[in-house]
Design a protein around this ligand. Structure first.
Ligand code: ACO
Length: 328
């Protein structure tokens, strides 16, 4: 049995920035409301010529470089997204070709904002099985393509970006390793966050477009409560199964959806905000990309050090959720 560890991380945010002030010109809202209710000040938007694979490519290049590897060393690519370049081929295959990887297994994974943690969990199993040594795990989104910029309840929340990590086989006795994970999905609550058009049940028609049904719809208040409960519960589950408590965690990286969700979760876990990585003020919610972007920024800023206990936790459409504990 082998262990896996994160050997390199990378992230990419597109150049264009949309501020709360800019949003005031699009919908009836204001900087103060958005800041107080969400903690978000600015978010990045992909340009018209940038697709999810472009963001993913830049983040992946940095992660592979940080791991001191070449694209040809990568043995599998898992790309978590709800905004693929197109239905097929998968965005993972597009990235594989662009990076110049070998003809290794590559696929997209849909678990919305929990996607990166789901993908890490899968990659960990392949490394543990001993069949793979280096797996590229990506969370990448161009959410601005599926957001209705006339709906003030959703358009203020989301941004575009990508984060990536290389999960590699750990040396025997290495301090750095993925310790444990616990993923969930509760389909009964799927109706709280949907993008129902564009699939096999409701293909795009003129009528769909006339009704703006091609965009994300969300019951924000219900998701808010669920998010706090499920992230705290997933964290406790992972800690309990490893006989650890929150005092032994050096850093917590939650899905970056709303500062008030993070704050309430921290209170439930009795965990200090100073040890929580928060970057949503300048990224907004980038769905599957929030955790790998926050992880990469914290690593590059020198906050997260090798050997520290890092707990990741997420929730998203599905509704999916989960926590993953690693010694970085
Ligand atoms: N600007 C100004 N006022 C607004 C805005 C806005 N952008 N949006 C809503 N309001 C108004 C509402 O109409 C309402 O007015 P009313 O009292 O006259 O009816 C008032 O503000 C309060 O609205 P609430 O919905 O109760 O506001 P709340 O404090 O719940 O905040 C928010 C809304 C930010 C959406 C919050 O519920 C939230 O963050 N929920 C979680 C959303 C989330 O995380 N989604 C993604 C999860 S999964 C994934 O990441 C893909």
């Amino acid at each position: 049995m082998y262990n896996s560890f994160i050997s390199g991380t990378g992230s990419y945010l597109p150049e264009k920035i949309l501020s709360n002030k800019d949003l005031e010109d699009l919908v009836e809202t204001n900087d103060q409301w958005i800041t107080e209710r969400t903690g978000i000040k600015t978010r990045h938007l992909a340009s018209d010529s940038e697709a999810t694979s472009d963001l993913a490519y830049h983040a992946s290049q940095k992660a592979i470089q940080a791991a001191d590897l070449k694209p040809t060393d990568i043995e599998m690519i898992i790309l978590a997204t709800v905004t693929p370049d197109q239905m097929m081929p998968s965005t993972a295959c597009v990235v594989q070709e662009r990076l110049g990887c070998k003809d290794v297994m590559a696929f997209d994974l849909t678990a919305a904002c929990s996607g990166f943690l789901y993908a890490l969990t899968i990659a960990d199993q392949f490394i543990k099985a001993g069949t793979h040594k280096h797996i590229l795990v990506i969370g990448a989104e161009a959410l601005s393509r599926i957001i209705n910029f006339k709906d003030r309840e959703t358009c203020i929340l989301f941004g575009d970006g990508a984060g990536a990590a290389v999960l590699s086989r750990a040396e025997q006795n290495s301090k750095s390793q993925v310790v444990s994970h616990h993923m969930r999905a509760d389909g009964k609550l799927g109706h709280l966050l949907t993008l129902s058009a564009g699939g096999s049940r409701k293909p795009i028609t003129h009528e769909i477009l006339d009704n703006d049904d091609q965009y994300v719809e969300m019951k924000g208040r219900e998701i808010f409560k669920y998010a706090i409960r499920t992230m705290a519960s997933c964290c406790n589950h992972v800690l309990d199964s490893n006989k650890l408590n929150m005092n032994e965690i050096d850093w917590l990286i939650p899905h970056q959806a709303n500062l008030r969700i993070i704050d309430a979760m921290a209170k439930q876990l009795n965990f200090p905000m100073e040890k929580i990585v928060v970057n949503l003020d300048h990224t907004g919610n980038t769905s599957a990309a929030t955790i790998p972007i926050a992880l990469d920024e914290a690593v590059r800023e020198g906050k997260i050090q090798r050997g520290q206990n890092v707990l990741l936790t997420a929730f998203g459409a599905g509704l999916t959720s989960g926590s993953l504990l690693m010694r970085y």
